[in-house]
Ligand binder design. Sequence first.
Ligand SMILES: [Zn+2]
Ligand SMILES: [Zn+2]
Length: 136
Amino acid sequence: MAFVRCSVGRHQIDGKAATVYVAWRVPGGNRLAYKLHFCAQHYLAHELRTIQHHLPENDSDGLTCSSCGITIEERDAVLLWSTDYLPKREAAQYTIVCCEPCSQILQHSFSTIGELLPDRGAELRGPSTPDPWRDA
Ligand SMILES: [Zn+2]
Ligand SMILES: [Zn+2]
């Protein structure tokens, strides 16, 4: 049986774990995606959860940073996408809008505790695809 470790506490998770995927774009058009596991306690305590809790309900008056609450110009906004899989629940998708400094703090946090996933392009190209340039 495979055990899952909590991305925050690094302890083994008994029972059901929450799995969260977080992604954002990096300059050059690539996408970085991280996978995280949470125990129930750390899921509730993690800043991602806090931020989701404060997502603005109406952004028609402009964008607001989900983390610090300042108003941001659309061109300065950084988007992070998260998909949360909680035990016995439907997957929940969130778009987190951040100002540049907050996005860097979040991205650092996720990349420190999360597991980097190959980007989708790489997955599609796949290692098993025959390489037409290779001369056997
Ligand atoms: Zn934990
Ligand atoms: Zn901010």
